[in-house]
Design a protein around this ligand. Structure first.
Ligand SMILES: [Zn+2]
Length: 90
């Protein structure tokens, strides 16, 4: 399946119930960290969380998987430079 890889600050995910129904999910949303994510360009068979990204001027809303989590912003930046991956700052 086609996907793009980029680094973005993502909220933590607690469970599938989501922030509307789960108190722990609401708390987890506040814990953000930079992550290397794969955003899929078409919907898949399994339900994944969804994120919105911009590639150039193209807006993509797609399912994503977290590939790698970075401890600090600096770690994320280094990885982006070393691997030629786009990093998104809000
Ligand atoms: Zn939860």
């Amino acid at each position: 399946m086609e996907y793009i890889k980029l680094i973005k600050e993502m909220p933590e995910i607690h469970c599938a119930r989501g922030p509307k129904r789960c108190e722990e999910c609401r708390k987890a949303l506040k814990n953000k960290s930079f992550c290397l994510i794969k955003v899929y360009l078409e919907p898949g068979d399994i339900t994944r969380p969804i994120t919105e990204v911009y590639v150039g001027c193209r807006r993509i809303v797609g399912e994503y998987d977290v590939v790698k989590k970075f401890k600090t912003k600096e770690d994320a930046k280094k990885y982006a430079i070393n691997h030629g991956i786009e990093i998104v700052f809000d």
